[in-house]
Design a protein around this ligand. Structure first.
Ligand code: URA
Length: 261
């Protein structure tokens, strides 16, 4: 209301009754627009345009998504997490502090799948929160993404003792949870983090260096393997390779959706 009156006031005839020349009206209008730019009104509009990451819909989230889709995905993901929380299908349930179902944006188009929770993840019930997680966040930032905009999880939802590799029967017991999550999220691209996640998902024993940076079909979804961030911490010489893989992922999303990440 206040803005409207100010606007009308700017267009009024001057107090001496003389009509304002057009250039003066234009100058006043420019001043008014500048005023709006600095006011809450424009800030609100800006806020709508530059939506918060959780609401942002670039190529990493679904453009057709609407609140009910969001709500149903949240609910479905929670159901999976609830099942994981009480799972006793394998011996890993005996040693866990917390289950680690995964975490991220329900409408994302990109899912990152690691191997299994480590010490910090087990403590907090969240994936990739240790040093490897920090590096993963840096790699995501390199392609303009924040971890809240994607979904991050592991093949295994419980920490193996002393971070040993999961055994075949443990993988068999846990994999359905991941498949269910992927079925709910319906991402356009999955990134397998590391040799083990790649081998489990693609049912291959080929070397990670021959697999990384290429796209493979996985249940109708494109899957790109890359090196595990923990492996990179041990051997940073391959960091540029992984950065390239992330750029490939980003370019693929752009190619599919026509949008920038
Ligand atoms: N390594 C993984 O594979 N997953 C995590 O969540 C943390 C470290």
């Amino acid at each position: 209301m206040v803005n409207k009156f100010l606007f009308l006031g700017l267009l009024e005839t001057r107090s001496d009754g003389v009509k304002m020349p057009l250039h003066e009206v234009i100058r006043n209008l420019k001043g008014y627009i500048n005023f709006l730019k600095e006011s809450d009104f424009i800030l609100l509009e800006e806020k709508k345009r530059r939506r918060a990451p959780a609401e942002k819909q670039a190529s990493h989230t679904s453009p057709k998504s609407h609140p009910t889709e969001m709500a149903s995905k949240v609910e479905a993901l929670k159901k999976v997490a609830d099942s994981i929380a009480v799972c006793t299908s394998c011996r890993l349930s005996l040693g866990r502090i917390n289950t680690v179902p995964g975490d991220g944006h329900p409408l994302t188009r990109v899912v990152f799948v690691g191997e299994a929770p480590g010490y910090h993840e087990d403590q907090q019930g969240l994936p990739f929160v240790g040093r490897a997680g920090k590096l993963l966040e840096r790699l995501l930032a390199g392609i303009g993404l924040m971890r809240q905009e994607v979904f991050i999880c592991n093949v295994m939802k419980c920490r193996p003792p002393e971070n040993r590799e999961p055994l075949p029967d443990e993988i068999l017991a846990c994999e359905p949870y991941l498949l269910k999550q992927i079925d709910i999220l319906k991402p356009l691209v999955i990134c397998a983090l590391g040799r083990l996640a790649t081998h489990i998902l693609l049912r291959t024993n080929a070397g990670i260096n021959t697999l990384r940076g290429r796209f493979f079909p996985y249940h109708g979804i494109l899957l790109i393997p890359t090196l595990h961030p923990a492996a990179l911490l041990r051997n940073p010489i391959q960091l540029p390779d992984v950065e390239r893989d992330f750029k490939l992922l980003s370019a693929k999303l752009k190619e599919i959706t026509g949008q920038n990440v």
